[in-house]
Design a protein around this ligand. Structure first.
Ligand SMILES: N[C@@H](CCC(=O)N[C@@H](CS)C(=O)NCC(=O)O)C(=O)O
Length: 218
């Protein structure tokens, strides 16, 4: 039995989409357990017993915890290769992992500097500076993803939905929260709008109760 602990709209959306795709391809179900990050549920003793880092996602497999997006998704792909979430060919897989790793270790932490700038400096002025700098860096990352999205056929890795597509959707939503108007990235937005209608993606969106329109004009 697999149970995913996720925060609505958080990075845990990436394995969530994977689990929905596996369910569609194999019939293997999973339980989705929301963790209310804004209420600090990730710091509860029960949750910390599963993930001492106090972060989502966490995948419990027969009660045994596995953390870190890349590790969870690699496990899901190796266990359910028939879902085709990562390429089988070693070189193609390595290329996919290269993009996935960049998203996880570069794009994602850049957003963390915007959303949780207080984790990186004490004073308000320093936090504002970190946030401002990270917003520019994050926009650069989104522009790079837009370049990939404009070549998507129809997905970033070609014909099959992958974890990197789910990550790309998350980043555009987060961009809206960071004050980046998705209309300024039309190629990226068009790709995400298409992606949101793909059944496993639509199922994860519905389960998490999120919408794509996070940008608010000031
Ligand atoms: N490197 C981790 C990052 C996970 C992460 O940053 N999770 C965020 C949500 S996107 C979180 O749980 N934040 C809660 C907190 O910081 O208290 C992974 O790949 O799983």
């Amino acid at each position: 039995m697999m149970k995913l602990y996720y925060g609505p709209g958080a990075c845990s959306f990436v394995p969530h989409v994977g689990l929905e795709a596996i369910k569609a391809a194999t019939g293997e179900g999973f339980e989705a357990q929301a963790v209310k990050l804004h209420k600090g549920e990730q710091h509860s003793p029960e949750y910390l017993a599963l993930n001492p880092l106090g972060l989502v996602p966490l995948l419990a497999v027969d009660g045994k915890p596995l953390s870190q997006i890349v590790a969870i998704c690699d496990y899901l792909d190796r266990r359910y290769p028939q879902a085709g979430l990562l390429p089988a060919d070693p070189w193609q897989r390595a290329q996919a992992m290269s993009t996935f790793a960049w998203m996880n270790n570069t794009v994602h932490p850049t957003f963390t500097h915007i959303f949780r700038s207080r984790n990186f400096a004490d004073g308000e002025a320093a936090q504002a500076e970190i946030k401002r700098t990270a917003q520019g860096v994050f926009l650069g990352h989104l522009e790079r993803i837009q370049g990939m999205a404009e070549k998507a056929a129809p997905f970033l890795l070609g014909g099959k939905l992958s974890f990197v597509d789910a990550y790309a959707l998350v980043f555009l939503r987060w961009g809206g929260l960071a004050g980046i108007d998705p209309a300024s990235l039309p190629g990226y937005k068009a790709y995400v709008d298409r992606l949101a209608a793909v059944p496993p993606v639509a199922a994860a969106i519905a389960c998490e109760g999120i919408n794509l329109e996070t940008f608010q004009k000031k």
